[in-house]
Design a protein around this ligand. Structure first.
Ligand code: G3H
Ligand code: ZN
Length: 283
């Protein structure tokens, strides 16, 4: 069933595992992720960026597609539809009005007072409708950025302020992770993670989950990380498989013949992540 993230993340924090957020792009992506979660009996968060929502024609289409799949695939595990890196109050409102059960308001590129202000406004609107809210402090590095240079570590006092002043359900403190592949080993701020966990007492989110070694994932979970976002890894596994199939069968023209193997790769990748994050049999 469709639910917010609140319950799943509080249980994850308590039980010392993490729930995966896997970003979706289309029907087959969503099928692969839902099938993996159901098979593993794991709660799951479907991440939808504003760009991905545009690609799927809008928030309404996303919600109806996910609802349809939950029904037709007989999905019994808890599923959240979550706006990933929402850029404004208006975008979050649009997603909530369409039926999203969770939103991230990413005000991290604004000065902290503005970030808190916009986050607070989203929380007021979202909580009235039972929708959970994630906020970000600091800056997650991007693919194009120099790994160290592009990253702004979350400030402890700013984390405490945004949690206390806005009433969010979960916080993403940027602590050295990057979106897209890492250039070399990631250097995550575990000491800061522990301090933030102790100060805010909320489940924490780790963005940039692709390419983080298992020992770092385990350490992050032990320090209060209850949600881990993965996008790039599924993109890579899907595209690699589709390339292989098309190269091996240059005369193939039935789209299902190459999309289905790609979908199966996504499912396998997500099963691997769910096991790594420890959320199997936690539905
Ligand atoms: O919000 C999405 C995630 O942070 C994606 O991270 O590109 O490293 O998989 P990733
Ligand atoms: Zn992210």
């Amino acid at each position: 069933p469709l639910v917010s993230m609140t319950d799943m993340l509080n249980k994850a924090l308590e039980g010392k595992y993490a729930v995966g957020q896997f970003n979706i792009n289309n029907l087959e992506w969503t099928q692969g992720i839902l099938a993996a979660a159901e098979e593993e009996k794991s709660p799951v968060i479907l991440g939808v960026s504003e760009g991905a929502a545009r690609h799927m024609s809008g928030f309404y289409t996303v919600v109806k597609m996910v609802e349809g799949l939950i029904h037709d695939m007989k999905i019994t595990v808890p599923v959240a539809i979550h706006l990933d890196h929402g850029s404004s109050f208006d975008k979050c409102k649009e997603a909530i009005d369409a039926g999203f059960t969770s939103v991230m308001i990413d005000g991290s590129h604004h000065p902290i007072d503005e970030n808190i202000e916009m986050t607070k406004k989203v929380v007021e609107y979202a909580h009235a409708k039972g929708v959970s809210v994630e906020a970000e402090v600091g800056t997650v590095g991007g693919q194009e950025d120099d790994v160290i240079g592009g990253i702004q570590y979350a400030d402890l006092q700013e984390c405490v302020r945004i949690v206390n002043e806005s009433g969010i359900d979960t916080l993403a403190p940027a602590l050295g992770s990057v979106h897209g592949p890492y250039h070399g080993e990631p250097n995550l701020g575990f000491k800061e993670m522990e301090e933030i966990r102790d100060a805010v007492k909320l489940p924490l989110v780790l963005h940039g989950g692709t390419g983080i070694p298992t020992h770092d994932i385990q350490k992050a979970i032990s320090l209060g990380t209850s949600k881990i976002n993965v996008n790039t890894e599924n993109q890579i596994s899907f595209t690699k498989k589709v390339r292989e199939v098309l190269a091996a069968k240059p005369n193939e023209y039935d789209p299902r013949k190459y999309i289905v193997p790609g979908r199966d790769e996504i499912k396998a990748t997500v099963i691997g992540k769910i096991r790594e994050f420890g959320s199997s049999n936690k539905a």
